[in-house]
Design a protein around this ligand. Structure first.
Ligand code: HEC
Length: 175
């Protein structure tokens, strides 16, 4: 029974890979790089593009990664390369061509980026985390507490009033 399940799983995985047609290989293992919480696109991702990418992806056809337009050219946009995934699939770096291109020696189509170099594991992981966290245009703002009475405060008030009422009625009975 267990064996059958394993065989079925294997066949399913295989057919999924074949159906996709292309998939990356020889990728760097980033599992040891800790996740950076709340990655901010403009202060933590765009600077990487400015340093390593806009020399080639600066606007002369193809993919432009310059500040102000990079986000719109990446998120949920299909690549020009014949791959079955978007450049960036929000929430899933493993299904994002941008991440394949940075993380894998064989990125599924074309060369690894940046041509002539490789991002450090930490830099690759920053992009991984940004995508996995939803590929947001800006990090989610810290939750601000609602002004006014909190729920706990309200209950304290109710109990206080109840206690007051009780002691008053006791006094009346005692009289
Ligand atoms: C030396 C020039 C050069 C540099 C630097 C460079 N690229 Fe590229 N990039 C290319 C070329 C040429 C292609 C098209 C051929 C290919 O896919 O290999 C490309 C293709 C891509 C694609 C695929 C676009 C699509 O729609 O098919 C992505 C994504 C990409 N680059 C991201 C980057 C990122 C991110 C950086 C910086 C970390 C970068 N590139 C740095 C030249 C460069």
């Amino acid at each position: 029974m267990k064996r059958w399940l394993m065989v079925c799983g294997f066949v399913l995985t295989l057919s999924a890979t074949v159906e996709a047609g292309v998939s990356p290989s020889a990728c760097d293992d980033l599992s040891g790089v800790p996740v950076t919480p709340n990655v901010d696109f403009s202060t933590q991702i765009q600077p990487l593009f400015n340093s390593y990418c806009t020399g080639c992806h600066g606007g002369s056809g193809g993919l432009t990664l310059s500040a102000g337009v990079a986000y719109g050219n990446l998120v949920s946009v299909p690549p020009s390369a014949p791959v079955p995934v978007n450049r960036v699939e929000p929430g899933d770096a493993s299904q994002s061509f941008l991440f394949w291109k940075l993380n894998c020696a064989n990125p599924g189509s074309g060369s690894r980026m940046p041509i002539g170099g490789t991002l450090s594991p930490e830099e690759q992981a920053m992009i991984r985390d940004w995508i996995n966290q939803g590929a947001l245009p800006a990090a989610a703002a810290a939750a601000t507490p609602v002004p006014g009475l909190s729920v706990a405060g309200m209950w304290t008030l109710v109990l206080l009033l109840l206690a007051l009422g009780l002691s008053r009625s006791r006094l009346l009975v005692a009289r």
